[in-house]
Design a protein around this ligand. Structure first.
Ligand SMILES: Nc1ncnc2c1ncn2[C@@H]1O[C@H](COP(=O)(O)OP(=O)(O)OP(=O)(O)O)[C@@H](O)[C@H]1O
Ligand SMILES: O=C(O)C1=C[C@@H](O)[C@@H](O)[C@H](O)C1
Ligand SMILES: [Mg+2]
Length: 195
């Protein structure tokens, strides 16, 4: 049985910055819950027929954000498993309202948090993250300063992934998801999940 909202809504939605481990931990969480995993970056790539980095270069970021909004809307409506969003998806107002509605209906939004010190070696100088090209550390800090308030506002569960291997982070997120879905877990403020 999946935790979170029953029916066609996701069991959990992972948000957070690049390198927080949304894709890696999301897969592991889906295995633990026995549900399917879906990632909006992969959905966008499927719809466009090319890599995220190529969409940014050939079609521009606004087009990427349109495709991303569509991917998030579709997945929130019909994916019953674990859903990882692209790092910047939460900055779209339509997506923010959709996530608020999902959470208001009992859905679990997990903010996978990470410090620069741990995110930097994970994202490295990998060209597949177009927004970090040039000076990855400085760009990452800029993005996080802009986005942190939104990640925190939308989250119902907050997990820091520093100093922990993915399996351990997934176990912690699992505890948060199951706890948030338990009867009586009605606190709307994000719950910090301890190791
Ligand atoms: N807890 C962790 N400890 C160490 N390395 C990790 C951890 N979580 C993820 N990683 C590694 O960090 C890299 C980035 O992880 P991942 O792609 O899952 O991040 P993401 O949040 O999905 O990023 P993006 O927003 O760019 O999609 C991968 O190489 C992954 O193996
Ligand atoms: O942080 C961001 O804005 C992004 C993160 C990735 O997941 C991709 O969605 C894309 O590279 C943009
Ligand atoms: Mg990812």
């Amino acid at each position: 049985m999946s935790a979170g909202v029953q029916g066609a809504s996701p069991a959990a939605v992972l948000i957070g910055p690049p390198g927080s481990g949304k894709t890696t931990v999301g897969r592991l969480l889906a295995q633990r819950l026995g549900v399917a995993f879906r990632d909006t970056d992969a959905d966008v790539e499927g719809a466009a027929g090319k890599a995220v980095a190529d969409i940014f270069v050939e079609d521009g970021e606004p087009r990427f954000r349109e495709l991303e909004r569509e991917a998030v809307t579709t997945a929130l409506a019909c994916h019953p498993g674990v859903l990882a969003l692209g790092g910047g998806a939460v900055m779209d107002e339509h997506t923010q309202r959709a996530l608020e509605g999902y959470a208001a209906g009992g859905g679990v939004v997990v903010f996978l948090d990470v410090s620069l010190a741990h995110a930097a070696p994970r994202v490295g100088f990998n060209q597949s993250r177009p927004l970090l090209v040039g000076n990855p550390r400085a760009r990452w800090v800029e993005l996080m300063q802009l986005r942190r308030p939104t990640y925190e506002r939308l989250a119902t569960v907050h997990v820091v992934s520093d100093e922990r291997p993915p399996q351990e982070v997934a176990a912690q997120v699992y505890a948060g998801v199951v706890g948030a879905a338990a009867p009586g877990a009605g606190d709307p403020s994000a719950q910090e999940v301890q190791a």
